[in-house]
Design a protein. Structure first.
Length: 236
């Protein structure tokens, strides 16, 4: 009888703990998100890839940071991957003057252009998804370098190369026009955890982007349903 009572007590305690855990998850948004991510991680992943162009500020100048990303999607709710980013130098207004030994060892002033490159593992959680709207929170941690590049006697040289570490949280909003096209926007922050001391401008900045996204997998599957590429995409 004593063993039976102990067994019932343990069973009741376990049941109460399970109910309390479910109640906590139901009432806590963060716990709901973690529980959703854990359940989606058990689903079959899909391959995702894309390009983006994000605007921000370096000091008072506008900087265009171009990027490419590759990752995997779990249940259209959670994404993991890696992205690569660099400063678009074609319209970059970020220069620094250097005095260097010129021909005959006489001082010569050159204008060196700022270069930035980093790789960033990222995670993205979709917290709202309807027929047309999708809202998500991407976060990435970047590791890279920056330097100043100049050309002397047709030879490119770099100065002040230094490591970078940055944290970039975003809020992403996407409006799905149809199965192929979406209008997407992204707002976030660039927080420098380790910066190049040679860059006098403030690198901490809000970031923003606005563009049109193309779902290449749906497009290829619709246009070429019997092609080998469509079959390959269907297995991802």
């Amino acid at each position: 009888m004593l063993l039976f009572l102990i067994s019932c007590l343990k069973s009741g305690t376990a049941s109460s703990q399970l109910k309390a855990q479910r109640s906590f998850i139901k009432e806590n948004p963060l716990a709901q998100a973690i529980d959703t991510i854990q359940s989606n991680l058990h689903q079959k992943p899909s391959l995702v890839a894309g390009f983006d162009s994000r605007y921000s500020f370096i000091g008072s100048g506008i900087a265009d940071i171009m990027g490419v990303k590759l990752g995997i999607e779990f249940g259209n709710k959670f994404y993991l991957g890696i992205s690569g980013h660099e400063l678009d130098e074609e319209d970059s207004p970020f220069y620094k003057a250097y005095t260097i030994p010129g021909s005959g060892y006489s001082p010569e002033t050159v204008m060196a252009q700022l270069q930035i490159f980093y790789l960033a593992p990222y995670a993205q959680y979709v917290f709202y998804n309807s027929k047309h709207w999708r809202l998500s929170i991407p976060v990435q941690l970047g590791f890279g370098e920056s330097n100043y590049l100049y050309t002397l006697n047709s030879i490119e040289k770099t100065n002040n190369m230094h490591a970078l570490i940055l944290l970039e949280p975003f809020l992403s909003c996407e409006y799905k026009i149809n199965n192929w096209f979406s209008i997407s926007s992204e707002f976030g922050l660039r927080l420098m955890l380790l910066n190049n001391p040679a860059v006098a401008e403030n690198m901490n900045s809000p970031t923003f982007s606005l563009g049109i996204s193309l779902d290449y997998s749906n497009m290829i599957s619709a246009l070429f349903p019997k092609s080998q590429i469509a079959g390959w995409l269907g297995k991802l």
